[in-house]
Design a protein around this ligand. Sequence first.
Ligand SMILES: [Zn+2]
Length: 228
Amino acid sequence: MPRPTVRLRVAGPQGLADLTGPTACEIMDALERQAVLDRLGPDPLRADADPARFIDAVRRSRTTIGALLMNQKIVAGIGNIYRAELLFRARLDPFVPGRDLSTGTLEEMWEDLVALMTYGARTGRIVTTQPEHRDLEARIVERSRGTRQNGDEDPDAVSRERSFYVYHRQTLPCRLCGTTVRSTDLAARTVFWCPRCQSVRSRRANWTREHPAAPWALTRGAAAQEAA
Ligand SMILES: [Zn+2]
């Protein structure tokens, strides 16, 4: 039996897939489908995605980067976990206006996003921590509903306590600097961030260039990820 929040179940001889708790779920014809696709920003999981569309849209906007990342017209496919984690990895304060960011910063952010989302699509799990950071302060603030992910039963999977830098870690010490992780509302969802790691000063440290996700996120196999 599907769980109560399942809105669509696709079943075939190989298995089944459940769509759980979507914002919208409706059957469309080809024209309606194309109209939806035309409204979306570039999709980091598509080889033909044009990152310049993302970069230009962000740099034209006074809106905060934390709100822009959740806007599907700017970039498709980012949810609340990737938003918080991507901003941490980029050392960006969520409240920095898009137009204050350099093209180089946004290019690096896009590359990081492609690697992280490719890992997510392949494994069915969101993991954003570098392998060497996963055992630092490996804690998360659980809600009553929990932050369950697909594959939690898999013993080889990275546990959710080890998967995130800031998501659902409000009130806990930052894994890297010990500062208390904060949370607040931004674009209708809670954003989580470390006020020390995510400041203008720390942004200049080119953290993602020194800690790229690609070597572990784009490598198949748990052993390769742990060794990365
Ligand atoms: Zn920190």
